[in-house]
Write a protein that binds this ligand. Sequence first.
Ligand code: NBP
Length: 484
Amino acid sequence: MEPKGDIALIGLAVMGQNLILNMNDNGFTVVAYNRTISKVDDFMNGEAKGTNIIGARSIEEMVKHLKRPRRIMMLVKAGQAVDDFIDQIIPYLEPGDIIIDGGNSLFQDSIRRTEYLNARGLLFVGTGVSGGEEGARRGPSIMPGGHPDAWPHVKDIFQAISAKVEDGSPCCDWVGNDGAGHYVKMIHNGIEYGDMQLICEAYHLMKEGLGMSADEMHEVFADWNKGELDSYLIEITRDILGFKDIDGEPLVEKILDTAGQKGTGKWTLINSAELGIPITLIGEAVYSRCISAMKEERVAASKKLRGPKPAIRNDRTKFIEDIRSALYASKIISYAQGFMLLRAAASDYGWKLKYGEIALMWRGGCIIRSQFLGKIKEAFEKRKRLPNLLLDPHFKREIRKCQRGWRNVVATAAKKGIPAPAFSTALNFFDAFRSERLPANLLQAQRDYFGAHTYERIDHERGEFFHTNWTGRGGNVSSTTYDA
Ligand code: NBP
């Protein structure tokens, strides 16, 4: 009997089940498999009943159902489980077959897995999938990378099931070789951390500073969602603020203020440090979650450490508009930083990343989807080699419009003792980035003073290094000059 399966999917948790149903809706025959076999039976007797989905009770059976080249996608816990499945599947495959990892894997693992499978004549795809449960079911953003020969074989399925923007373009395109897909997904998640933190700071200033109720803030977010900030995260924040607990009180105020994290923000931060790119806003977003998790210490400190009273007496309507400006300008900075990191990674890992297409992939389906990403796509379309998003005429104008309100919010937050780390770091980055001269001359002098690390001079060519015997006691030997 001729095999009928277009693709197999391993991992019947929330992402896997919903992607299978999405593929089925789009006319593909999917073979479903899971480590715990009872979940295959549950799925086949539940959500999959009456569909063309085929349940498999072993890897051998799963592979037998597949047309060639076989396409096998995993949506399992990232890490060892992925490697274990790869080794279990390999004996059943033939050269040219394709293994796809759709989980949140570390990009270095995807680089390694591409090489590992390539050496065995198999093609690996490491793909980011974003949009959570709803995205997986109705159309996620899909960011595939890996062995480029695999792309023609997965393109039809991936682009069919992905989200589409208004003109019908799919939020899925080939990102690049080996780990590029998972890298772009990692940056997406880092940016998501930043966007969420910015919204939380806006909420905190309105609540603590202006004393606004959840219903009032619900109205503000509803209003913001009609303008430049129109996005999924602003939309869900509006809905969360309007959501009442069974006693009629806003549920959000009853939720414990300690944030969780699963690692992708931290990975982004670690990688940025390795590549020397200051993604300060994502950094503050990650560390803000860390400080939120120190609940007991914060409660104890709140009884001992005093600061100013948080009440902000400014004109409320005007200050809300200033908060909107701070949020919008900081968001521009965060995306500018994210694209700086993408550019550095492309050069370091040898990827040909297409920045406009990446913005398009994030434009729909995923958690950071927004109108704003359409403008980023336009910026990179107008100027393919745009060195920095902040230099695009549109974003330059937008930042100029926001500056007064943004500065007022950062200054007011500092005066009133309300933490606004992401708003502040964004402004500090902006001011540093637009500074012709920073105080690093003094820093270089300090390094040379205590460690003979040498310095360059403004009255000499770049690349000429000098050492001074600052105290008259040191020798004339200098340290080797290199950047780590
Ligand atoms: P989970 O991340 O909860 O993973 C559940 C699946 O992993 C089950 O099929 C489970 O099999 C399997 N699994 C585990 Br757990 N340990 C295993 C092991 N040692 N060996 C083999 N299989 C193992 O599911 P999910 O939330 O659907 O996420 C799937 C992937 O997609 C993850 O990488 C996740 O990070 C990523 N992702 C999730 C979301 C989201 O919103 N949830 C969004 C985007 C990406 P079992 O049934 O036998 O225990």
